[in-house]
Ligand binder design. Sequence first.
Ligand code: AMP
Length: 307
Amino acid sequence: MTPPDSIKLAIVGSVGIDTIETPRARREAILGGSASYGCAAASFFVPVGMVGVVGDDFPQAYRDLYARFGIDCAGLQTQPGKTFRWSGVYEQNMDCRRTLLTELNVFAEFSPDLPEAYRRVPYLFLANISPDLQLHVLDQMTERPAFVMADTMDLWIDIARPALDALIARVDLLTLNESEARMLTGEHNLCLAARKVLAMGPRFALIKKGENGSLLFSDQGVYIQPAFPLESFDDPTGAGDAFAGGFMGALAAGDDVGEPALRRAMRMGSVVASFAVEAFSLERLDGLTREAIDDRAACFQRMVHVG
Ligand code: AMP
């Protein structure tokens, strides 16, 4: 077990039980949630602590899985009731996903309470949950972390804009997918959209383009990172969270928040996400070694190297 004092990165987000249908398979009641993917991905790089909530129906097998990753669960509350449930279906090309069901359950009354040791962590990832809760976590930090990254989704852009604006002003990096960036800023062109995000406060805007990679915008310009090319994958759920967790883990491990370090961390995030989508839930990350991640990262670097 990791002593809470050595936690370098805390991740707050959803922990859920997912049912997922792809053109090839349907899997019921598997472990999901932004915090599950984010923490598992980060655990390959640094000691990570999870902040979230589950119901009293949460299977022990999933707690055992978190323990195998070495994830500290001091910030994972258990409340009477059912765990968050989500269900989605992917279309033939896996590009489009429809949500079939969202049951908030214990999430509806969730108030994240940071364990004492997490209030001083240098790296904080506010994965996708309501911006009010993300702000509540930020308010509990006793010291300004070296780097705070936040994720969000169309729902919050739609229904919680004032809280989201307040959050964006206080983070170092905001990550969005293409459609969220357009929705947030009203700009179709992603360069203009990113410019508007940066004007809202963060030093960095990271726009994810799925299998087309991601773009990192700052006042230095834009850095383009392709996605690791895969011949086949099973389930894209949680790819963004695995990317973000791997990115923050790699950043925290290097303890450097300069732009070159962010670029390296993006490469590691892409590599961990590429493993995550090869199977459902955390199945591919379970048992994966740091050596396998580093090998794929080296291969990736050769792929993108010119000259
Ligand atoms: P992603 O593929 O990055 O959108 O993340 C998928 C994960 O997000 C799934 O495992 C779900 O359990 C979780 N999820 C789905 N809807 C929500 C929501 N409204 N708030 C928080 N997490 C969610």
